[in-house]
Design a protein around this ligand. Structure first.
Ligand SMILES: *Cc1c(COP(=O)(O)O)cnc(C)c1O
Length: 393
């Protein structure tokens, strides 16, 4: 079974590049060049130097002793929360900004929902001195004022998307329109393993540093590079893809992806895509997405902004359909409680996204001695408001 992209840009039934004709030259330029550029020795040297000295990699693989005792298994946390800017997203934006430079691009565009990807993009644009334009829904701009201020301080121009529901979907449309109008000098940095081929493959390659490091760290700490379980939360699916990547062909390693159940999968306020979704096309690729009977995208809900997305990347759809990975969901409340538990048992405040992955541990049954790796995709500073309101601190 092949779990990776084929030469046509597909993962089984999923993937491809469903794009307007006018976007074809941009996407085709990327498709023809990305593997050659990423594989180049000089590119690799520059990428890894920045990951080390700017991002602070390798991120630790931390054996969480008290959580391990509680759950009767060895719980390892892959500490992406310790990266510069506080999450895994920077791994991808560093990779894409270097790639944009190699393609001779002078201008970067991105879309953002909660603003996390916008901040990670504005950060690398400041780092390399490139012009940065971030599209964001008008409503999200109002909801996410601190991240808007960060992007502006970093020198980015934040453009308000005022059409439709004035959220992520509309910001994506605006970014696409910009790219069509500026095909020569502009690179579009997509923030997850979504979008037309080659984006899902390219982003997963940049994020695969997570599992590459984890394997080495597991050998040092356990003598075996194959754990029993690997867990990660899924919005679009980039931290999960990075965490799964080098374990996908290790058939003994069980891969578990945790989606946002929101208020509950049956309540109409959920983002549990594999549970609620059907096959279809979203943001340029064929995947699984939440949609009405006549194919309109359903507005998702999650307490965590990063998981509040109506689809999953095409490789996840393939891993789901082939059952190579298991997809489960946890509710807002379960995630918030798991975030509090991790904080009070390990002294680590996780992002609410990452807390979804931790919450699934409650439901797993261990014999004792199993090695379990959980991707701690980000830190919880950005979520303090939500934690405070929920727990009344
Ligand atoms: C954005 C974000 C996510 C969700 O994105 P994926 O592409 O699914 O990884 C998860 N965790 C954190 C901390 C994020 O910022």
């Amino acid at each position: 079974m092949n779990y990776f992209v084929n030469e046509k840009g597909y993962y089984g039934d999923f993937g491809g590049a469903y794009i307007p004709e006018m976007l074809y030259p941009n996407v085709e330029e990327l498709r023809q060049n990305y593997l050659k550029i990423i594989g180049d020795a000089e590119f690799q040297k520059e990428f890894h130097a920045l990951l080390k000295d700017y991002v602070g990699r390798p991120s630790p693989l931390y054996l969480a002793k008290r959580l391990s005792e509680k759950y009767n298994a060895n719980i390892f946390l892959k500490r992406e929360d310790l990266n510069h800017t506080g999450a895994h997203k920077i791994n991808n934006t560093i990779g894409q900004i270097l790639l944009a430079e190699k393609l001779g691009k002078k201008r970067i565009i991105a879309e953002t929902g909660a603003g996390q990807h916008g901040v990670a993009t504005a950060t690398v644009c400041a780092l390399r001195g490139l012009e940065c334009v971030v599209y964001m829904g008008e409503i999200d701009i109002q909801r996410q004022a601190p991240n808007v201020a960060r992007m502006k301080m970093l020198g980015a121009k934040v453009v308000s998307a005022v059409s439709g529901s004035k959220t992520l979907k509309d910001a994506t449309n605006e970014a696409m329109r910009d790219w069509i109008n500026n095909p020569v000098d502009t690179h579009y940095i997509i923030g997850s393993v979504v979008g037309p081929h080659p984006y899902p493959d390219m982003v997963s390659i940049f994020q695969s540093i997570i599992s590459e490091e984890t394997k080495k760290q597991l050998i040092e700490q356990t003598g075996n590079d194959q754990p029993d379980y690997v867990l990660a939360c899924v919005g679009g699916g980039s931290n999960a893809m990075g965490m799964f990547y080098h374990f996908i062909n290790d058939e003994n390693v069980k891969l578990i992806a945790i989606e946002a159940g929101g208020k509950g999968v049956d309540t109409g306020f959920s983002a549990a895509t594999t549970f609620l979704g059907k096959e279809g096309v979203l943001h340029g690729s064929r995947s699984i997405l939440m949609q009405t009977a006549d194919g309109q995208v359903v507005e998702p809900h999650s307490v965590s902004a990063g998981l509040d997305y109506p689809g999953i990347g095409p490789q996840h759809a393939h891993l789901f359909k082939t059952t190579r990975a298991e997809y489960v969901s946890v509710t807002d409340d379960q995630a918030l409680n798991a975030g509090l538990l991790c904080t009070q048992m390990e002294g680590i405040i996780p992002a609410i996204e990452s807390a979804h992955a931790l919450a699934h541990l409650e439901r797993m049954k261990f014999k004792g001695g199993e090695n379990v790796v959980v991707c701690l995709s980000g830190r919880g500073d950005k979520d303090m408001d939500t934690y405070m309101k929920h727990f009344g601190f």
